[in-house]
Design a binder for this molecule. Structure first.
Ligand SMILES: Cc1cc2nc3c(=O)[nH]c(=O)nc-3n(C[C@H](O)[C@H](O)[C@H](O)COP(=O)(O)OP(=O)(O)OC[C@H]3O[C@@H](n4cnc5c(N)ncnc54)[C@H](O)[C@@H]3O)c2cc1C
Ligand SMILES: *[C@@H]1O[C@H](CO)[C@@H](O)[C@H](O)[C@H]1NC(C)=O
Ligand SMILES: *[C@@H]1O[C@H](CO)[C@@H](O)[C@H](O)[C@H]1NC(C)=O
Ligand SMILES: *[C@@H]1O[C@H](CO)[C@@H](O)[C@H](O)[C@H]1NC(C)=O
Ligand SMILES: *[C@@H]1O[C@H](CO)[C@@H](O)[C@H](O)[C@H]1NC(C)=O
Length: 530
C-alpha cells in the first residue's frame, strides 16, 4: 500500500477537526477520547469521511465493486492499527460507546460485509498487520490476519522449496475462518484443518490464544467464521510438504468440442477416480465461438476449462489421465513443470511465466461487480441437467462457474472435527458467479441478480439436499430470506453453512458473546429456538 501518498491524521489533529463536526455526532468525540486514553503513546491512525485519504483507504481492498458505489453505506471511522494493542483499544471503546465493528483483512467478502453495513460502524482495516513468521524446522508459521495468501505462499517458498500451505487460488488469508480450500484440498483438506493456534481479541478487549480461549472457541473459529466471535489478530498455521516440482495442465473444451460429455465424465473421475495428488479443477464460462474472422464462426458458446494440479512428475500424470480420463484428451504439451509457488501464481489466474513476486501485489487482479452463490454436488448431474445450465449461461454476458473438487483427505475428516462441516459425500463445490459492469446501473444489476437466483433455483434437484448446503466463504445474503423480505432466518442459512455444527456454534456464541457485540448481517446468533 502506498501509505506515503496518504495524508494520515494523527489522533490529535483528528480531535481538533472533529470539533467542527460535533453537532452531527456527539458520541464520536467520546469514542475518540476513549481511543486516546486506551492507546499508549502510539495511537492508531483514524480516518473520518472528510479526510482526503478516507475514500482511497476504503476502496483499497474493496474486492466486489457492487459495494464501491456512492450509495453504499460507509464507515463512520476507518482505523488502520499497526499494533495489536491498538486493535484492543478499538474493541474496548466501540463496546463502551455502542459502535458496531467491521474487521477487514483481504476485503474479499462476497457481500462486502467487511466494509459495509446497514448500521453505523467502525472499520478496522488490518492492512498494516501483515507480518509472516515462517519456522521451517517446526513446519509452521505465524501469520498476521492482514497478510494475503499470496504473501504467505511467497514467504514460505522463500524459506523452503518443499513446504507449502493448502489454501485458495485467490490470495486472501481471511478465508481460513470459513474453511478455505484450494488445489491441495484433496491431498491435505481445508486450510482450517491446518490451524495450530490463534490470537483473538474477545469482547473485553483481551487477547486469547488456543489455551486461554479453550477448545470450544478454538473449534468454532476454524470454519465457523471468526467475525461472530472476536477480532482475529493472527493464525499459527501448519505447513505441509510439497514436491520441489509439480505439474500444471490446462485443457479447454467448447460445446462444439464436446464439453458436455467431457464435463459429464469428469464428474465421475475427478472426486473418486484419481489419486488425491491430482486436482482437476473446472471453470465454465462463455466465449466467442470463433475468433478466426475467416473461418466464419459466429456467436457465443460455453467453454469448460480444466485446470489440473498434480503434486508429482508430468509423465505419471499424463499416464494416469490417459487411463482414467481419456475423454479429456490431455497431452504432455498441455502441461508445464514448475515449483509449487509458481503453481499458486497459475491458479490465481495469472498467465504462465508471470514472476512469483506478483503474489505480493494486492491489486494485480482485475475487480468486477458480481453476485455469487454456492452449491455442493453429491452425485453426478445428468447431461440434460448440464445442458440446462449452458442454456442459461448463453443468456448472460459474463457468467462463470468455478468448481473445486472434493474427495480424498477433505472427505476423510469427520464433519464435527472443526466447525467446517462439508466432508464425506461431497463430490465438488460450485461457485456460481455473475459478473457485470456496475456502470450499467441499478436496473441492470437487478436483472443480473435475478438471473443468478433463477439459476440457483434451477440447480435444486441436482445438488445437496436436506439441508441444501452452502460455503460460508461464498457468503450469500439471499439465504434464509423469505420472498422479498429483508428478514433472514438464521436457522435456514445456519444449517446450510454449518449443517449440524450450527447448534454448537450457537452454544459457543452464547458463552463468549451473549450480548451479540460481534454482530453482522449473518453472524452466529447467541440464542436460537428450535
Ligand atoms: C476472487 C475470489 C476468489 C476466491 N477464491 C477462494 C478460494 O479459492 N478458496 C476459498 O476458500 N475461498 C475463496 N474465496 C472466498 C474467500 O475465502 C472469502 O471471501 C474470505 O472471507 C475472504 O477473506 P478476506 O480476508 O479477503 O475477506 P474480508 O472481506 O476482509 O473478510 C471476510 C469476513 O471476515 C471478517 N473478518 C475479516 N478479517 C477478520 C478478522 N481479522 N477478525 C474477525 N473477522 C474478520 C469480515 O468482517 C468479513 O465478515 C474467494 C473470494 C474471491 C473474491
Ligand atoms: C504500546 O505500543 C507499543 C508499540 O506501539 C507496544 O509494543 C506495547 O506493547 C504497547 N503497550 C501496551 C500496554 O499495550
Ligand atoms: C442493506 O439494506 C438494503 C435495503 O434493504 C439491502 O438491499 C442490502 O442487502 C442491505 N445490506 C446488507 C449488508 O445487509
Ligand atoms: C482458427 O483457425 C485455425 C485454422 O482453421 C484453427 O486451427 C484454429 O483452431 C482456429 N482458432 C479458433 C480459436 O477457433
Ligand atoms: C500491481 O499490479 C497493478 C495492476 O497490474 C499495477 O498497476 C501496479 O503497478 C502493481 N504494483 C506493483 C507495486 O507492482
Amino acid at each position: 500500500m502506498e501509505s506515503s501518498h496518504h495524508t494520515i491524521l494523527s489522533l490529535f489533529t483528528f480531535l481538533v477537526l472533529t470539533t467542527q463536526w460535533k453537532a452531527s455526532s456527539a458520541s464520536s468525540d467520546d469514542f475518540l477520547q476513549c481511543l486516546a486514553t486506551n492507546s499508549n503513546e502510539s495511537k492508531p491512525q483514524v480516518y473520518i469521511p472528510n479526510n482526503p485519504s478516507y475514500l482511497t483507504i476504503l476502496q483499497s481492498s474493496i474486492n466486489n465493486l457492487r459495494f464501491a458505489m456512492p450509495e453504499t453505506p460507509k464507515p463512520q471511522f476507518i482505523i488502520t492499527p499497526d499494533h495489536d494493542s491498538q486493535v484492543q483499544a478499538v474493541v474496548v471503546c466501540s463496546k463502551k460507546y455502542g459502535l458496531n465493528i467491521k474487521v477487514r483483512s483481504g476485503g474479499h467478502d462476497f457481500e462486502g460485509l467487511s466494509y459495509t453495513s446497514n448500521v453505523s460502524f467502525v472499520l478496522i482495516d488490518l492492512i498494516n498487520l501483515r507480518a509472516i513468521d515462517v519456522d521451517v524446522k517446526d513446519n509452521s508459521a505465524w501469520v498476521q490476519a492482514g497478510a494475503t495468501l499470496g504473501e504467505v505462499y511467497y514467504r514460505v517458498a522463500e524459506r523452503s522449496p518443499v513446504h507449502g500451505f493448502p489454501a485458495g487460488g485467490c490470495p486472501t488469508v481471511g478465508h481460513i475462518s470459513g474453511g478455505g480450500f484450494g488445489p491441495m484440498v484433496r491431498k491435505y483438506g481445508m486450510s482450517a484443518d491446518h490451524v495450530l493456534d490463534a490470537r483473538l481479541i474477545n469482547t473485553k478487549g483481551e487477547i486469547l490464544n488456543r489455551e486461554t480461549m479453550g477448545e470450544d472457541l478454538f473449534w468454532a473459529i476454524r470454519g465457523g467464521g471468526v467475525s461472530s466471535f472476536g477480532v482475529l489478530l493472527a493464525w499459527k498455521i501448519k505447513l505441509v510438504p510439497v514436491p520441489p516440482i509439480v505439474t500444471v495442465c490446462v485443457v479447454a473444451k467448447t460445446l462444439e468440442q464436446g464439453a458436455t460429455d467431457v464435463v459429464h465424465k469428469w464428474q465421475s473421475v475427478a472426486s473418486y477416480g484419481v489419486p488425491k495428488e491430482i486436482f482437476i479443477g473446472l471453470h465454465v464460462g462463455v466465449v466467442n465461438k470463433n475468433s478466426n474472422a475467416t473461418s466464419g464462426g459466429v456467436g457465443r458458446t460455453v467453454q469448460a476449462t480444466f485446470q489440473v494440479l498434480f503434486l508429482g512428475p508430468t509423465e505419471n500424470l499424463v499416464y494416469v489421465m490417459d487411463k482414467s480420463f481419456p475423454e479429456l484428451g490431455m497431452e504432455r504439451k498441455d502441461c508445464t513443470k514448475m515449483s509449487w509457488v509458481e503453481s499458486t501464481v497459475r491458479f490465481a489466474g495469472f498467465p504462465s511465466g508471470t514472476p512469483v513476486d506478483i503474489l505480493l501485489n494486492r491489486s494485480a487482479l482485475p475487480k468486477t461487480t458480481f453476485k455469487a452463490k454456492s452449491d455442493f454436488v453429491t452425485e453426478p448431474i445428468p447431461k440434460s441437467g448440464l445442458e440446462g445450465i449452458w442454456k442459461r449461461f448463453l443468456k448472460e454476458e459474463r457468467p462463470e462457474m468455478v468448481i473445486g473438487v472434493w474427495g480424498g483427505k477433505v472427505n476423510e475428516i469427520a464433519d464435527d472435527k472443526i466447525a467446517f462441516p462439508h466432508r464425506a459425500g461431497n463430490m465438488y463445490l460450485i461457485d456460481h458467479v455473475i459478473n457485470w459492469d456496475g456502470k450499467e446501473g441499478p436496473e441492470a444489476s437487478k436483472k443480473h441478480i435475478a438471473w443468478i437466483r433463477e439459476l440457483h433455483e434451477y440447480m435444486t434437484p441436482y445438488v445437496s439436499k436436506s439441508p441444501r448446503t452452502a460455503f460460508l466463504n461464498y457468503k450469500d445474503l439471499d439465504l434464509g430470506r423469505i420472498g422479498a423480505s429483508t428478514y433472514s432466518d438464521p436457522k435456514i442459512w445456519g444449517e446450510m453453512y454449518f449443517k449440524s455444527n450450527f447448534k454448537r456454534l450457537v452454544k459457543v456464541k452464547s458463552m463468549v458473546d451473549p450480548d451479540n457485540f460481534f454482530s453482522s448481517e449473518q453472524n452466529i446468533p447467541p440464542t436460537m429456538t428450535y
